[in-house]
Design a protein. Structure first.
Length: 66
């Protein structure tokens, strides 16, 4: 992942959280990405290794952890 892309998605996430949104569009891929707010509303780790998981990826199988 390039440094510029890393900065771009971090800014997109920060902006979405500040606006109270549950997702943003990833600037590089165009995919919808759940914000930390969406995960907190869910209440638990879903096991999908989400970018903004506030639960330390606790339900992600070891072989899928980054």
């Amino acid at each position: 992942m390039s440094g510029g892309h890393d900065v771009a998605w971090r800014r997109a996430h920060e902006r979405a959280v500040a606006e109270g949104r549950s997702f943003y569009i990833d600037p590089a891929s165009g995919y919808r990405v759940f914000t930390e707010l969406a995960h907190l509303e869910r209440g638990t780790c879903c096991g999908s290794a989400c970018r903004h998981c506030p639960y330390d990826h606790e339900a992600v199988p070891q072989h899928r952890k980054r």
